[in-house]
Design a protein around this ligand. Structure first.
Ligand code: ADP
Ligand code: MG
Length: 241
């Protein structure tokens, strides 16, 4: 789905987390939101997901205003850094939970749930792990479970907030490559939040660079390198993480 964000403002007391953010995502695009810690990335993602509101501005998904639309009705898959899996539930149950958060009328019955969960575990290539608990699998595998759960609602938009943060460098490279491959197969509009310029530049078709609550440039990696819009962008892109 296309996403259009116009003039978003979000304040926390005297602090301005988002200071007039505007940008648009094309259908099927893989974009990264890149910026240093505290630049407003997570706040922006939470507002897109409907988990919090804004003081001003507008979010449109597929042309439709999201004003007053609750999170569960937005059809957005979200993966956070800590995966937030339920430790007392098996991997099967964790993914099945993703199907239960839908509006009541759209919830599948038991047999259909089992079929869908297995299909999702196939998709993320861990079908053999359904009976295990999160503590019994690796970080990269937990990452896949979190993604399967996010995909369970058949989202129109996938939001990932620093999803590789808890992984060590080698696993991270594998999971990155796998995520990009999965995106290319599904063609799902994806926004990846990261403070790691290498990750953004390697994975995304376009990178939105955030500086103190604003998107200061949104361009393909090559264009960011060739023609940074501000000294901040030049400095941030130029330094390896
Ligand atoms: P990022 O994800 O880029 O690190 P955040 O969106 O988490 O940035 O935060 C942006 C700014 O908003 C920071 O200054 C942060 O301290 C502030 N902020 C975010 N969430 C809250 C909150 N719930 N209460 C107060 N301040 C917040
Ligand atoms: Mg953050």
């Amino acid at each position: 789905m296309t996403v259009t964000v116009t003039g978003l403002v979000r304040r926390f007391g005297a602090a301005t987390a988002l200071d007039g953010v505007s940008f648009a995502l094309a259908e099927g695009e893989f974009a990264a939101l890149l910026g240093p810690s505290g630049s407003g990335k997570s706040t922006l993602l939470r507002i897109l997901a409907g988990l919090e509101g804004s003081e001003a501005g507008e979010v449109r998904i597929a042309g439709r205003s999201m004003a007053g639309v609750p999170a569960r009705a937005r059809n957005i898959g979200v993966v956070f850094q800590n995966y937030a899996l339920f430790r007392h539930m098996t991997i099967f149950e964790n993914v099945a939970f993703g199907l239960r958060v839908r509006p009541r009328a759209a919830r599948p019955d038991r047999a259909e749930t089992a079929r869908r969960v297995r299909e999702l575990l196939q998709l993320v290539q861990i079908p053999e792990l359904e009976r295990r608990y999160p503590d019994q699998v690796s970080g990269g595998q937990r990452q896949r479970v979190a993604l399967a759960r996010a995909l369970a609602i058949e989202p129109h938009l996938l939001l990932l907030d620093e999803p590789f943060g808890a992984l060590d460098a080698l696993v991270r490279r594998d999971v990155r490559r796998w995520l990009r491959g999965l995106h290319d197969r599904l063609g799902l509009t994806t926004l990846l939040v990261t403070h790691d310029q290498e990750e953004a530049m390697e994975l995304a078709d376009r990178v939105a660079v955030m500086e103190r609550g604003r998107v200061v440039q949104f361009d393909p990696p090559a264009a960011l390198l060739a023609a940074p819009a501000t000294p901040f962008v030049a400095g941030f892109i130029g330094h390896a993480a």
